[in-house]
Each structure stands twice: as C-alpha cells, then as structure tokens.
Ligand binder design. Structure first.
Ligand code: TA6
Length: 310
C-alpha cells in the first residue's frame, strides 16, 4: 500500500475551519491551512511553499506532492509550488549555490490574512531579508508570496528592490500538478513557441503542437506569455494556467531514469512511480527573460490556476 502524503489524501477534503490553521506538519515544519467554501489550500512556511490545493468538488487535489517528499529544516519539498528565487536553475557563477535559489530553503513569515470580495481568502507571507544572505546574493530585497483561495488559486510572487542599485534576478513558481497518467496527458498553449531543451544540451527548438510525454521533457519556453493548459483525459479535467508578469514557461517531467536519480518522487498512488502522476508547468522569468529592477521598483509574477471538466 503506497503511503499517501497528508497533502494527497482525497478523503481528507472534509470541511475545516475557515481561518488559517497553524499545523505542525511532517518534519515538525510550520504549515498554515486555508479553507473556505471554495476548497482548501495548505502552505508550508519552510520555503514559502504551497503544498496543497484541493478545490471543493474535485475528487483529486490539483497539486501533486511526492509520497516520498522529505520534510525538514532547509530541505526542499518535492511537490506543490516551490519558489525558485532569486535564480532559476543552477547559480550563474557558483556551482555550489543551491539550485533554483535560496528562497525555497528558508523559513518565511505569515504577514496578513485577507477576506476577499466573493468569499475567497488571501494569505500573505514574506521571506525576511537577512544580511547573512549577502554572501549568496549581494542585494537587499523584499519578497512576498500572496496566495488567494477562491474559484481559482492565484499565487503572486512579488519582488521589491529597496536598495540604491539595480539588480537582476530570475524566478519561477515551480508548480507540480497531479495527472492521472503522464503518458496520456498533454500541455497545450505553447504551439510555435521557442524553447531551450534542457534534456538535449539546452538546444533551441520550436514547439510543434501540444507538448506530449514520451520521454524526459525539460523545456524552458522563452518569450512565452500566454496561458497554458494541462489536458488530462484520465482524471477527466483540464487545468488552466493563466499568468501575468511572466515571460517564461517551463514544462518538466523527469521520466523514470531521472526520477530514480532524484530519489524522492516516490512510488505514486498506483505504485508505478510518482513521476507518472505529475507534470510541472512553471510560470517564471528565466534565460532570455530575466528581470532587472531599479532602486525602489517592484515586480509581480502572477499565476492563476483553474480546473475545468473535460
Ligand atoms: O524546472 C525543471 C528543473 O530545472 C529540472 O531540470 C529539474 O532539475 C527540476 O527543475 C527539479 O529541480 P530540483 O532542484 O527541485 O530537484
């Protein structure tokens, strides 16, 4: 029997209090749970990582979290919405720099909870700046994540430059979505877009039709500002990914060999490999699309997820 992560268990979607409920979750990490008439979302303050979104009426959660995810201080959690910031991928100059930046390895703080018109709930969390981070990244910064649970899940990553000099950063909401079977799923909305194929030496290629999964897929689409959708005939749903403030889209599935190397994608619900039940469609700004902020400027990366029946 595959152990079901607390965030994957469809049977746990029962009604819960509507205020964020602080939870001491796996690994003793601090979590906040939001629930309202639209569903439930759970955020881990370690990494500022949304680890669950279960819309009311959906049999399956929309986000995927590995049943072998590691939970502990400074550890990245495999699944949900890791925050890649202030760099996407490997560090530009320091090979020892944490992949996808340091924001996902540090503890964030809850800053505000707002009731939204129409009954939604918005949680604001922030990554405190810390002079010790200058060795990793030589700029003062402000970084907030706004998570709004309503008919959609809206996630905003807001970067601010409080300092006297411009800085350039790359970023992504590295979102893991649950699918019934990756081999049956496709990603639409990228036809004709140029991508860097990380699974083929970073070669530049053009997407022809929907993205299909017949092997490892690791594509960074550049100058890609449109909406995407994950078409999942097994779960009978389409997950629509709308965005603004994002010019890069990343599509990733490791396939079994890389999943084996990564070691924490788990066995999956069907015991045929967790890699088979997930796909990442990430909204970000990377490669050709890095962002430069002048003194006092701010940037908002907005991703809005919705689920439709097929
Ligand atoms: O976004 C795709 C990617 O860059 C892949 O190349 C793979 O490395 C994935 O991110 C996971 O990275 P992580 O550091 O979370 O294991």
């Amino acid at each position: 029997m595959t152990q079901t992560s607390a965030f994957n268990d469809p049977s746990s979607a029962a009604g819960r209090p509507t205020e964020p409920v602080p939870l001491a979750g796996p690994g003793g990490l601090p979590f906040l749970e939001l629930s309202n008439g639209f569903g439930r979302a759970t955020v881990c303050l370690q990494g500022g990582q949304v680890v669950e979104w279960h819309p009311a009426g959906q049999a399956e959660p929309v986000l995927w979290v590995s049943d072998a995810a590691q939970y502990g201080p400074g550890k990245r959690i495999r699944g949900g919405i890791p925050v890649c910031w202030p760099w996407f991928g490997a560090h530009a100059t320091d090979p020892s720099g944490a992949a996808h930046g340091f924001a996902r390895n540090r503890t964030w703080e809850a800053r505000a909870l707002r009731r939204l018109p129409g009954g939604g709930t918005q949680l604001v969390i922030a990554l405190p700046d810390d002079p010790s981070l200058r060795s990793l990244w030589p700029h003062a910064f402000g970084l907030e994540l706004h998570v709004a649970l309503g008919t959609t899940l809206e996630v905003v990553l807001q970067t601010r430059n409080p300092g006297p000099d411009p800085f350039t950063f790359s970023e992504a909401l590295h979102t893991y979505f649950r699918v019934g079977d990756i081999e049956a799923a496709t990603v639409t909305g990228l036809d004709g877009a140029t991508y860097s194929d990380s699974a083929d030496g970073g070669q530049r290629k053009r997407q022809c039709g929907p993205v299909r999964f017949e092997g490892e897929v690791d594509r960074v689409f550049v100058d890609s500002e449109g909406d995407c959708a994950i078409v999942d005939p097994v779960l009978g749903r389409r997950i629509v990914i709308a965005k603004s403030g994002s010019r890069s889209t990343v599509v990733w599935n490791p396939w079994p060999a890389k999943a084996q190397r990564l070691g924490d994608l788990g066995a999956g619900r069907a015991g045929r490999g967790g890699w088979r039940e997930m796909v990442c469609v990430e909204s970000g700004n990377a490669l050709d699309n890095v962002v430069t902020l002048g003194p006092g400027e701010a940037h908002r990366l907005v991703a809005r997820y919705a689920v439709e029946a097929l």
